[in-house]
Write a protein that binds this ligand. Structure first.
Ligand code: FAD
Length: 468
């Protein structure tokens, strides 16, 4: 086995594996080190992929339960095989891992299984689960060790009753009830999965809105939709502790009037964010520095304080998203190669895979107000879309923010069917500095969900919509 490489990537999540592939494509002798037997990191194993598999399954169930009869489809009494639901999720994950194994072979990337730990700026040891240790060296390193779930004071995760998203993806049986601490992206996706199959869900959120970092209109609309789905939402509530009672858990919190309250449920899912992961990496043997939040400090080239060591993805500053990690992985490979790549961080889309989906790119209204940037708004409801009516998908809206002088797009915020795919239009438009008028003077297929954007551009530009 080779022990000397041009580039070693540590961590095989979306940042690490995409980076390793690009490094290899550019002609570098590349290795990747992964602590776990399965490649793919958080995203493939316990993040993006398994959540979407469960979201899809439970969405089918929910549609059958709530809409089939109206479509004239009679199924008889529906029942849910929870074990099969979880099994299919695991199979989807497996398929993705197999795909990554194939890609590593295809691109001639050497894979090391074990914990990578820096011995100095040029060498790392890889410790296997069998206790073996191999020393390998490289000219460059790309750290892509990702993140782990965080918690709050008073709430200790025991992985039994007080769990993280990882355990919530593989519960042994369908629970009756679940309290979710945190109404951010992971919290609301998990709420959707379980509420759709009849689990009593309570979300406790510290801020006054669900998905509080996104445009406020999205959180308001999502709250309305979730309430219709029987999800209980407690905003401006502060969790103080969670206790494992053996067969269930009790969560204590202060309500919006600061009065103490408690709820008992089968599980308490802690979804309060994630923290960068650098444990065991041996950074103390290098000059790599961390900031006050434990993130690896990098410059604009994603280079750490040590010239030959780069860092990408969840372990550095910025949005904790798979596609951001991937972009950074490719950016670093091309930077090492002497190219001048570019990432526009303002245009990394954020998506929430509830149903309807939520997607956002560019500035929010709140950000524009805070920065004193003038803007105009175009907002068009899905209830006025012929396609949405045909599909019984009338909740939500498409919202455009544009500059009042030239009409340049400043932000796009959608809550509605297929918002995750629609948002790509906003990313392209904003990257190439198009105006709202440019966007509505092109033809949109009828009937499509994308027509809601055309109408929103028309409203933003001051021309007025056709269908409302
Ligand atoms: P990771 O994917 O975390 O991978 C890091 C890898 O490094 C891990 O495999 C780890 O074992 C390995 N590692 C760590 N230390 C060492 C070491 N010393 N030696 C060797 N290996 C090491 N993002 C989206 O964009 N879309 C989504 O739909 C989405 N859904 C999510 C759902 C959930 C429930 C969660 C938890 C996250 C979700 N995310 C989603 C976020 C996404 O998973 C992360 O942003 C992404 O995985 C970060 O990629 P990364 O390459 O930085 O690190």
């Amino acid at each position: 086995m080779e022990t000397k490489f041009d580039i070693i990537v540590i961590g095989s999540g979306p940042g690490g594996y995409a980076s390793a592939i690009r490094c290899s494509q550019l002609g570098y002798k590349t290795a990747i080190v992964e602590k776990y037997k399965a490649l793919g990191g958080t995203c493939t194993n316990v993040g993006c992929i398994p959540t979407k598999a469960l979201l899809d399954s439970t969405e089918h169930y929910h549609t059958a339960e709530t809409k089939f009869a109206t479509h004239g489809i009679n199924t008889g009494k529906l029942s849910l095989d929870f074990t099969q639901l979880i099994k299919r999720k695991s199979e989807v994950v497996e398929q993705n891992i197999n795909g990554l194994n194939f890609l590593m072979k295809k691109n001639k990337i050497e894979v090391f299984e074990g914990i990578a730990s820096f011995l100095n700026d040029k060498e790392i040891s890889v410790k296997g689960t069998d206790g073996s240790s191999t020393t390998i060296s490289s000219t460059y390193y790309i750290i892509a060790t990702g993140s782990k779930p965080a918690t709050i004071p008073g709430v200790e995760i025991d992985k039994k009753r007080i769990i993280t998203s990882t355990e919530a993806l593989s519960l042994p049986e369908k629970p009756k009830s679940m309290v979710i601490i945190g109404g951010g992206v992971i919290g609301v996706e998990m709420a959707s999965i379980y509420a759709r199959i009849g689990v009593e869900i309570t979300i406790i959120e510290y801020f006054d809105s669900l998905i509080p970092t996104m445009d406020k209109d999205l959180g308001k609309e999502l709250k309305k939709i979730f309430t219709k789905q029987n999800i209980k939402i407690l905003l401006s509530h502060k969790v103080q502790s969670a206790k494992n009672n053996g067969k269930n858990t009790t969560v204590s919190f202060l309500d919006a009037a600061n009065a103490p309250q408690e709820i008992t449920a089968d599980y308490c899912l802690v979804a309060v964010g994630r923290k960068p992961y650098t444990e065991g990496l041996g950074l103390e043997n290098t000059g790599v520095e961390l900031d006050s939040k434990g993130r690896i400090v990098t410059n604009e080239k994603l280079q750490t304080k040590v010239e030959n060591i780069y860092a990408i993805g969840d372990v550095v500053a910025g949005a904790m998203l798979a596609h951001k990690a991937e972009e950074e992985g490719i950016f670093v490979a091309e930077t090492i190669n002497g190219q001048k790549p570019h990432i526009n961080y303002k245009l990394i889309p954020g998506v929430v895979y509830t149903w309807p989906e939520v997607a956002s790119v560019g500035y929010t209204e709140e950000e524009l107000k805070e920065k004193n940037i003038e803007y105009r708004v175009g907002k068009f409801p899905f209830s006025a879309s012929a396609r949405a009516r045909a599909a019984m998908e009338k909740d939500g809206f498409s919202k455009i923010l544009s500059d009042p002088k030239y009409g340049e797009l400043l932000g796009m915020h959608i809550i509605g069917p297929r918002a995750a795919d629609l948002i790509a239009q906003g990313v392209i438009g904003m990257e190439y500095e198009v105006t709202d008028e440019d966007m509505f003077r092109i033809s949109y297929a009828h009937p499509t969900y994308s027509e809601t954007l055309k109408e929103a551009y028309m409203i933003a530009s001051g021309q007025g919509a056709i269908n409302i």
